[in-house]
Design a protein around this ligand. Structure first.
Ligand code: ATP
Ligand code: MG
Length: 351
């Protein structure tokens, strides 16, 4: 039987309320499927660690993480005691950069039992693939001049390699889904980088004609997300456009508490990291009402990434069944506690 060595970083806030209780659910799934065993290694690197040691993780922290099959993270941040730039750059961003987690993947799906802000009946099931290493979020630029003549310049940097990598991944994903890729562009207004993006994505598209390919301007795409979200399967986007679209996806689902995410290393050199979209939610920490669905769904993404699609599907099925049964935390209109939701998912998984 395979053994998977997973680094578990509950992190801060509700991460610590949720993550430890999700692990037994995964152990149970593994037991039922009988194909794998989890070797959980817990690392308590968080803001408390920072307050004790002056850094978010030990100096050899990345080394320690590097020989795991994946990193399963809760949330990072304790803004009342540690400034966000320290907690984010000292842990999250460090891991993403050093482990070349160049793609951010966020699925969004309409779920029975959660009120979406969209019109009833506007069902959807798509995944946004966000290029997460370059693009509009470059460090290049600056300010010139003073007073009324002052100007600011910000350069976007796009490389053929990174665009190809993102679009290829979107294609790979679409092949196992509804076989449709939409690339977000704005080549009618951004006349250097976006035509480059279009050109490369069209080249990749020509390699596999079994997938329907479409380029859409980001403004129209954002509007279509609201009016016809069912027309999307896999959407691939630059860093900035992907940032916006992924937040829209989470909002469309009705609560940030259910939204999952993955930071993928695609060259196979380093582990990928799986963390829900929500943050540490200091306003509800310790109250037992944090929604564990986002963390559970994130676990589903991890299982799939590691090649255990059947376990992932089983887990998502249980999540959807529990939501449809109305076992829900307050953020999605229920009265259940974190523990009650996890227990219901456990029961739904069966034995
Ligand atoms: P970050 O900077 O880490 O993204 P944030 O403050 O922007 O953090 P969250 O910590 O996600 O965002 O909190 C945003 C709002 O969503 C808060 O009101 C919080 O209580 C709520 N929230 C976040 N996660 C959950 C969850 N799992 N269950 C219920 N509510 C949540
Ligand atoms: Mg935030």
């Amino acid at each position: 039987m395979d053994s998977l060595k997973i680094a578990v970083l509950p992190g801060d806030g509700v991460g610590e309320d949720i993550v430890p209780d999700v692990l037994p659910v995964l152990d149970r799934l593994a037991e039922i499927h009988g194909s794998v065993k989890f070797d959980w290694r817990r690392y308590d690197w968080n803001c408390r660690y920072y307050l004790e040691h002056g850094e978010m993780m030990p100096a050899d922290g990345l080394d320690q993480l590097s020989d795991h099959d994946a990193i399963f993270l809760g949330a990072v941040g304790d803004p009342a005691r540690v400034p966000d730039h320290i907690s984010l750059w000292g842990l999250l961003i460090k891991i993403r950069r050093e482990f070349e987690q160049v793609l951010n993947i966020r699925p969004a799906k309409s779920l029975k039992g959660i009120r979406s802000p969209l019109q009833d009946g506007n069902s959807f099931d798509f995944v946004v693939v966000r290029e997460n290493s370059e693009g509009e979020y470059s460090q290049i630029g600056g300010r010139l001049g003073t007073g009324a003549d002052e100007i600011a310049v910000q350069n976007a940097v796009f490389t053929r390699k990174a665009i190809e990598r993102a679009v290829r991944y979107a294609y790979q994903l679409a092949a196992s889904r509804a076989k449709k890729v939409t690339a977000a562009t704005k080549s009618n207004g951004i006349i250097h980088t976006m035509p480059f993006w279009d050109e490369i994505s069209q080249q990749v598209a020509q390699e596999d004609e079994s997938i329907t390919f479409d380029l859409q301007h980001i403004d129209a795409l954002a509007a279509n997300f609201i009016t016809k979200p069912h027309t999307y399967d896999v959407v691939v986007a630059s860093n900035l456009f992907g940032d916006i679209l992924t937040d829209m996806g989470a909002a469309m689902m009705g609560s940030i508490g259910v939204a999952p995410a993955a930071n993928l290393n695609v060259n196979g050199k380093w582990p990928s990291m799986f963390e829900p979209v929500h943050g540490s939610a200091p306003d509800i920490v310790g109250k037992g009402i944090a929604n564990p669905m986002g963390q559970l769904w994130t676990a589903k993404m991890m299982l799939e990434h590691l090649g255990y699609e059947d376990m992932g599907e089983h887990l998502l099925g249980a999540i959807e069944a529990v939501l449809a049964d109305g076992v829900k935390t307050p953020d999605i209109g229920g009265t259940a506690t974190t523990g009650e939701v996890i227990a219901a998912v456990n029961a739904e998984i069966g034995s």
